[in-house]
Design a protein around this ligand. Structure first.
Ligand code: AHG
Ligand code: MN
Ligand code: MN
Length: 311
């Protein structure tokens, strides 16, 4: 079968975009780790590992393996000063002279694995630091995610454009779409932690509005494919709001909300925790949760107003 050589590879795209030498190499190394995770998803036993992560959640064998694969690649890159993973406690130092700190969720959507739905890996890249407390997701210098669905797709942003690549048949990430951008249009919605509707009346009101406006539901239960859907279509709204089970919503600021807020805002969309941009929420706990409103900018503002009881 013919393999296109006319599409830019991830590496040549990063080079042409003027991404610095070290950051280009780091992103390439993360992309390479992503290929091994892609392979692990297809070949590893899908059962439980018999262990729990620092936050007490059962780990799948795949959670543990994805974490190990990524950690090894970060170590091998010799560019990473330190990292923090959703699957490990605190921060760990890799190379003192490394320029970057990488935060990641190795496998987002663990509960979807046995159902064979799309899952992902999420990364935030910061300049090297020893302690993330007091920092903000706005300080990220790049963010990227991989979505493992019928195809494996990588989306990265180093501040300006947001660009998508797919893993081709010879194992190279090649350009799929340049400059993903969000319009102020909302035909679809992905309302997460919907159980909060029962104890958060403002969220119930927001749902009523969306139902009345006859939006199309596009919710898979995985933040990566759900937000990727919006970025590819250039429209939509995703929420994960607090309720009694998860007072601040289910999603983690450092590993999930922060990287996506960085990518979404660079694509011209918006992000909010209900009061401010997610990029400005101060990190005070590695496991910090935050309400998430993310997507088309105007709709993010409307959700914010409805949740504040202003509309
Ligand atoms: P995890 O890394 O623990 O697999 O997180 C999955 C997250 C996120 O992807 C998704 O939006 C959310 O969990 C869905 O939660 P519920 O299934 O509880 O609605
Ligand atoms: Mn996750
Ligand atoms: Mn995870």
């Amino acid at each position: 079968m013919y393999t296109s050589t006319t599409r830019a590879s991830l590496n040549s795209h990063l080079y042409d975009a003027g991404v610095s030498h070290d950051l280009r190499h780091l992103i390439n190394d993360i992309a390479r780790a992503g290929k091994y995770v892609h392979n692990a998803i297809r070949t590893t036993d899908l059962g439980l590992a018999g262990s729990a992560n620092t936050f007490g959640e059962d780990q799948l064998k795949l959670d543990v393996l994805s974490n190990t694969i990524i950690k090894e690649h970060l170590n091998e890159s010799h560019l990473v000063h330190s990292f923090a993973s959703e699957e490990e406690p605190g921060m760990a130092c890799l190379q003192k002279e490394g320029m970057y700190t990488v935060v990641y969720d190795p496998l987002d959507g663990s509960s979807l694995v046995d159902a064979n739905l799309a899952i992902g890996s999420i990364f935030g890249i910061y300049k090297k630091c020893d302690d993330m407390m007091g920092m903000k997701p706005r300080e990220q210098v790049a963010a990227l995610y991989l979505v493992y669905g019928p195809r494996t797709i990588l989306v990265y942003c180093c501040g300006k454009g947001v660009h998508a690549f797919f893993l081709n048949e010879v194992g190279e990430f090649v350009e799929l779409q340049r400059n993903l951008s969000m319009r102020d249009e909302v035909k679809t919605y992905a309302p997460g932690n919907l159980r909060a509707v029962a104890d958060t009346p403002a969220y119930a009101k927001m749902m009523e509005i969306w139902l009345k406006e006859k939006l199309t539901l596009r919710y898979s239960g995985g933040m990566v494919p759900d937000i990727h859907h919006m970025l590819i279509k250039g429209a939509g709204i995703f929420t994960n709001i607090g309720g009694s089970k998860y007072p601040q919503g289910k999603l983690r600021l450092l590993f999930e909300a922060g990287p996506f807020a960085y990518i979404m805002e660079a694509a011209g969309g918006g992000s909010s925790d209900g009061t401010q941009s997610i990029l400005d929420v101060v990190i005070h706990d590695m496991d910090q949760r935050t309400p998430v409103i993310i997507g088309a900018k105007k709709e993010v503002l409307r959700v914010k107003r409805v949740l504040a009881g202003e509309e």
